[in-house]
Design a protein around this ligand. Structure first.
Ligand SMILES: [Zn+2]
Length: 399
């Protein structure tokens, strides 16, 4: 197989997909006007779409260095429109704008690319508005939608797209990516495994000590659940950690955005009251920022639950003999460092109950996406898990 253009190198563990898309770029007769990229969070859906967009705009099919490649990568290419949702949904206004753009020819590039990063967050009305653009695009428009799975996208939209599935990249490939970005090899290997191949999370764990500390605290929870009071305290602690993390990210950016808005309107940022026209813009901005923080907090809580589940999954592997506490065995543990804790958990809780613990965590994740207050969902989950844990220890009279 001949080497693909360099722009495809940034995809991790997606060789087949990259080859398919590179071939389509080389032979435009194979292109279609709408693609749906699906894959688990962190598999690199939007990276894949961006690489595809760069390959389409680049005269060399994705050299990675020319002006087209660079402007697509940094989001400033005038014919590549990227919609990334800060809030919990994409509204009808954004969708209408995109549908309008779809009807126009590109201005500088060969193609007009419309990239929707979270197509699963389109409201029903927004999806309807978008459909028009999907049905009648200009011949030089290409839609790229991204979502966790095809089922997350409204069927009328899904059926008009060619579907491309990304796979979870192997831990080794994510490790190599981090090493190439300058992360120490031992840290890269640990982060790739702890993040369960989620590329973004792996990079974040590798560079942010607070993220590592949070993960460590989460993975200690099963060992520290000795009473009902612990379960409630730990739920509150988890919730506080996630809120603090979401807020820390938000505060700096929110203030900068507000200043920028005032500057663009020629307003005085130090004035105590602003003219009505600016006030309504400020209110709108505050609303968007609040939605973004809410989403970020939910994302952090979800990540936390994935981390917690990895502990029960590891203990379950040990309990059924698929892995040993020292990390040997046919299946690799995610939390090799926590081996003593894992072994204790596997020794005091039956495989059946470990499985039920995993189901409880899964239920909490679903409830949170269904708008149950996160703290309530976390409390219910940890109370249930606390009851399930340690059934063998009780039976053996050791507790
Ligand atoms: Zn290029």
């Amino acid at each position: 197989m001949t080497a693909l253009p360099p722009v495809w190198d940034q995809l991790v563990g997606q060789e087949e997909l990259a080859a398919t898309l590179a071939a389509a770029v080389a032979e435009p007769g194979r292109l279609t006007h709408a693609y749906l990229f699906t894959g688990p969070p962190g598999s690199g859906r939007s990276n894949a779409a961006r690489a595809f967009a760069a390959a389409l705009q680049c005269p060399e099919g994705g050299c990675g260095e020319c002006r087209s490649c660079r402007t697509v990568a940094n989001g400033s290419h005038s014919d590549v429109e990227v919609v990334n949702t800060a809030g919990l949904s994409i509204g009808v206004g954004d969708a209408r704008e995109l549908a309008l753009l779809a009807a126009h020819h590109p201005t500088v590039g060969a193609w007009r690319v419309l990239l929707v990063e979270d197509a699963d967050r389109l409201t029903e009305q927004a999806a309807d508005a978008l459909l028009k653009g999907l049905e009648e695009p200009s011949p030089r428009t290409i839609w790229m939608l991204c979502a966790p799975s095809p089922q997350d996208v409204i069927v009328t939209i899904r059926s008009r797209c060619r579907q491309l599935a990304l796979r979870t990249p192997p831990v080794e490939a994510v490790t190599e990516l981090l090493v190439a970005r300058g992360v120490d090899r031992a840290m890269a290997a640990w982060a790739a495994r702890a993040a369960q191949s989620h590329i973004g999370v792996a990079g974040w764990l590798a560079r942010d000590e607070e993220a590592r500390t949070r993960r460590h605290r989460v993975t200690r929870i099963p060992a520290e659940l000795s009473g009902l009071g612990d379960a409630l305290r730990q739920a509150a602690a988890l919730h506080d950690l996630a809120t603090a993390e979401a807020q820390a990210v938000a505060e700096e950016r929110d203030a900068a955005e507000k200043e920028e808005l005032l500057r663009l309107n020629g307003a005085d940022p130090t004035a105590r009251t602003q003219p009505p026209a600016i006030r309504s813009q400020l209110n709108q901005l505050a609303k968007e920022q609040k939605a973004r923080t809410t989403r970020r907090r939910r994302d952090v809580i979800d990540r936390t639950l994935v981390d917690l589940a990895s502990v029960y999954r590891d203990a379950l592997l040990i309990a059924c003999g698929a892995a040993s506490g020292d990390g040997e065995g046919p299946v690799q543990l995610v939390n090799v460092q926590a081996a003593p804790d894992l072994q204790r958990l596997a020794g005091t809780t039956s495989a059946e109950h470990l499985l039920l613990c995993l189901e409880e965590i899964d239920r909490a994740r679903t409830r949170i996406t269904e708008n149950v207050a996160p703290l309530l969902a976390l409390e219910a989950m940890l109370v249930a898990v606390h009851r399930l844990q340690g059934d063998l220890a009780v039976a053996g009279g050791r507790r």
